[in-house]
Design a protein around this ligand. Sequence first.
Ligand SMILES: [Zn+2]
Length: 120
Amino acid sequence: MKPLSQFQQKMMDSAFRRSWRDDARAAQKSKCFYCEEPINSKTATADHVKAKAVFGTDHRNNIVAACGHCNRVKGRMPEKEFRKAIEKPEPGQPLHLWVIWSRLKINRRLALMEKRVGIA
Ligand SMILES: [Zn+2]
C-alpha cells in the first residue's frame, strides 16, 4: 500500500482527534475534564493530557474533552500540576487560574444541588 502523504496523514490525525474528543466528551457526560463546565460538540476541544510539546501522543488514552479556556490556560502544563493549580490556586497565581477555580467551585456546587433535588 502506498504511504500517505503528509497532508493525508494530517487529515487522518485530525479526524481521529475529533472522534476521540467526541468519545471523551461522551464519557465525561459533556463536561469539561478540568472545570466541569458543560461543553458540546462545538465548544469541546481535544486536550492532550500530556501535551504534544512534551511528547504526548495523539492516542485516545491521552485525549480528554476540555473547554477552550482550560485547554489554552493548561497549555503544556502537566495534568497533575494544572489540576493542583485549579483546585487550590496559590496567592499570586495568574487570574486565568482563579477564573477556572471559581468555575469549578460553582459547577461542583450546582451538580450537588441538582443531585439533592433529583435533577441529576
Ligand atoms: Zn474547562
